[in-house]
Structures are given as structure tokens and as C-alpha cells.
Design a protein around this ligand. Structure first.
Ligand SMILES: NC(=O)c1ccc[n+]([C@@H]2O[C@H](COP(=O)([O-])OP(=O)(O)OC[C@H]3O[C@@H](n4cnc5c(N)ncnc54)[C@H](OP(=O)(O)O)[C@@H]3O)[C@@H](O)[C@H]2O)c1
Length: 346
């Protein structure tokens, strides 16, 4: 879920130096465009701080040169728009709770890429498995600040969220097999969301919730998380697959949806994120097509009829600008990531 201090930002963030592409400073009297030199790409050829040496140029531009200039101007505008989107955080301070987790690690990565300053909480700052992959992210040296906080300690998060414009709250235990009924995952999520809606209404907090289905895709963290384990269990030699139909969605889409829910001012309410509902039998079929030599489960875990699939509308997620990564790609990315991190070898 995302808390947003849009209405009343508490931080006066100093304007960060935005990245200016060298081509924006293009001056036809001082710089030779790449078309006429036919050599180095223009963007990387000159930096804004080091103007290129003056060259004598004809005073009237031939038609070819004018077309090239128009094309270059269009390219510059495109780049400028892309850069603006990419750096939309522009020094805004936000908080990510449970930052070392599967979804949160991607969230931190994308926030840093967009220029945000990220105050991230983990439970154990001394555990390299929880922090190293975050510290290694691009932009982390300059804009990632790690804090220790635990949901079970009253007031633990106060100093972490202090002064942030938005809070991405992902910290939560996520285990499927528990013995204590009070820890039942599905119930805990339902009760937690209800409590969060009540709290946000009572305290006039602008809140949006992101409700993803089973999240798969590449791992950034070195440890295995519960939802990716669902795919690992299919490729590590098991004989059967569960008689279950699940919604599936890529972790990168989930992380981006969190950010867009914060950035898009019209975002409100709940966003269910599902690229596709598929039975485990269909997931195994996709795996078999992608990895024909792999030993995959041949049969369902029970003889009952397959649990039917259902539909979840994509319309609301589309309004955020989410264009889902297809399930086939998500499965492939998950397997490749599990292989790369040594959870399977084949
Ligand atoms: N993955 C999915 O398929 C999926 C689907 C729907 C919703 N969600 C929700 O999305 C969120 C993130 O899920 P995930 O898959 O990224 O899970 P994850 O990898 O297990 O990450 C959960 C994070 O929560 C932190 N956490 C657990 N107990 C905590 C506590 N008492 N105090 C502070 N932090 C605590 C963990 O911190 P440590 O690193 O210190 O252990 C961990 O970083 C969860 O709320 C989950 O319920 C996940």
C-alpha cells in the first residue's frame, strides 16, 4: 500500500540537478553534428561542461542539413520526455518498509532509478543477505538510507517515515504454512488492509492499496521468497503439481504499480494486479514448452476436477499505465533467476 503526502508535502526538497543531455546545448556554430562527421555519436561526444572546439560552418544550411536538424530536434524532445519520466522522483523523499523483501527490493531499485531518495527499513541491518543487494543498486550510494525497524515494536517506524512524502508499506510476514490460525496469511492480509483503510480514513491519509496475485519474476534478493518457491517446487523434481488455479503477475509490474499509484494523482482505492489466471497444469505446460529437457511433474496432486479459473479485470490497472508482462515471460524470468542464483542446476 502507498501513503501519499501529496496534499500536504512535509518536505521541502531542494531541487536536484536534473540530468541535461548534451544535445540540448547543441549550438550549430560550435559543435559539428554527427551526420557531417560520420564519426562519434553526438550524445556521448560532448558533455555540457566541455564545449567542443569552434568550427567554421557554412552560413546557409542545405536541405539535407535542415531535415537532419528537424529529426535531431524531435529526437531531443523524445529523450527529454523519457528522461523526465525516468527521473520523476527528482529527489523526493519516500519510505519503503520491509525493503529487503522480494517485491520491495524491486520497488527500491525502480524508485532509485527514478531519482527518489529512499528511506528503507529492514529488521537486521547487520545481515548482509538483507542489505547487500540493496546497497549494490544503482543510485544507492547517494540516495538510499537504511534503517532498522520491526512491526512488532511500537513506534519503531516513527523516525523512518518522518518527513517522507510517501510511504510504501510492504513489510509483512509472508508464510503459507503456519500452525497458529492467527497467523493465517489470507486472514492476516484481509484484517491488515481493513485496519489500514480505517486508520487512513480516521487520520485523513491519502492511501491506495495494491493487491497483487501470486508474484513471480526475477529475484534481486539472495534468499527464496514464498511466491517464487511455487515455481521452484515445479522444477526441482517433484512428481505432482497442486490442484490450484492462481492469478500470476510479474514482480516488476507490481513494483511499478506501487510507484504509479503514488505518482498518478488520480490513483485511488484498490488495484488488483493479475496478468493471467492459470491452473498449475497450465504453468507446467508453459514450462515444458520452454524447457523440454527438464523433469517436470506429470500429474495433479489429486484426482478431483481441476479448480476452475476465474477472471480479474485489467481495466483499473491500465489506468495507472500498467501494460502487463505476459505470464510466459514471467515464468522464464523466474526460472532463469532461480538458476542464476543457484537454487536449481540444469
Ligand atoms: N509475493 C506475493 O506473491 C505477494 C502477493 C500479494 C501480496 N503480497 C504482499 O506483498 C508484501 C511483500 O511480499 P514479498 O513477497 O515481497 O514478501 P517477502 O519477500 O517475504 O518480504 C516481506 C518483508 O517483510 C518483512 N517483515 C516480515 N515481518 C516483519 C516485521 N515483524 N517487521 C518488519 N518487517 C517485517 C521482511 O523483513 P526481513 O527481511 O527483515 O525478514 C521482508 O523484508 C507482503 O505484504 C505480502 O503479503 C505478496
Amino acid at each position: 500500500m502507498v501513503w501519499n503526502a501529496r496534499a500536504n508535502p512535509t518536505i521541502d526538497v531542494a531541487e536536484k540537478g536534473s540530468v541535461i543531455l548534451s544535445c540540448e546545448r547543441y549550438d550549430p556554430n560550435t559543435v559539428t553534428p554527427r551526420e557531417s562527421t560520420g564519426a562519434v555519436p553526438f550524445l556521448s561526444a560532448f558533455s555540457i561542461d566541455t564545449p567542443a572546439p569552434a568550427r567554421s560552418r557554412p552560413s546557409i544550411c542545405p536541405p539535407v542539413c535542415r531535415v537532419a536538424k528537424r529529426e535531431r530536434a524531435r529526437r531531443e524532445k523524445r529523450e527529454e520526455r523519457r528522461e523526465k519520466r525516468r527521473m520523476s522522483g527528482n529527489g523526493k523523499v519516500v519510505c519503503v518498509t520491509g525493503a529487503s523483501g522480494y517485491i520491495a527490493s524491486w520497488l527500491v531499485k525502480l524508485l532509485l532509478q527514478r531519482g527518489y531518495v529512499v528511506r528503507a527499513s529492514v529488521r537486521d541491518l547487520a545481515d548482509p543477505k538483507k542489505t547487500e543487494h540493496l546497497r549494490a543498486l544503482e543510485g544507492a550510494n547517494e540516495r538510499l538510507h537504511l534503517f532498522k525497524a520491526n512491526l512488532l515494536e511500537e513506534g519503531s517506524f516513527d523516525s523512518v517515515v518522518e518527513g517522507c512524502e510517501g510511504v510504501f508499506h510492504t513489510a509483512s510476514p509472508f508464510y503459507e504454512n503456519v500452525t497458529d490460525p492467527q497467523m493465517w496469511y489470507v486472514l492476516s492480509k484481509t484484517l491488515a488492509e481493513e485496519a489500514a483503510w480505517k486508520f487512513s480514513e480516521d487520520n485523513s491519509i491519502d492511501m491506495v492499496t495494491i493487491n497483487p496475485a501470486a508474484v513471480i519474476g526475477p529475484l534481486l534478493q539472495p534468499t527464496l521468497n514464498t511466491s517464487v518457491a511455487a515455481i521452484l517446487n515445479l522444477i526441482n523434481g517433484s512428481c505432482s503439481y497442486p490442484n490450484t488455479s492462481l492469478g500470476w503477475v510479474n514482480v516488476k509490474d507490481v513494483a511499478m504499480a506501487h510507484i504509479l499509484a503514488f505518482e498518478v494523482s488520480s490513483a485511488s482505492g484498490r488495484y488488483c494486479l493479475v496478468e493471467r489466471i492459470a491452473h498449475y497444469a497450465d504453468v507446467v505446460k508453459i514450462l515444458r514448452e520452454q524447457y523440454p529437457a527438464l523433469k517436470l511433474p506429470e500429474k495433479c496432486a489429486d484426482d478431483k476436477p481441476f479448480v476452475p479459473i476465474y477472471q480479474v479485470s485489467k481495466e483499473k490497472a491500465k489506468t495507472l499505465g500498467i501494460d502487463y508482462i505476459p505470464l510466459e515471460t514471467s515464468i522464464k524470468e523466474t526460472v532463469e533467476s532461480l538458476r542464476e542464483k543457484g537454487f536449481v542446476s540444469f
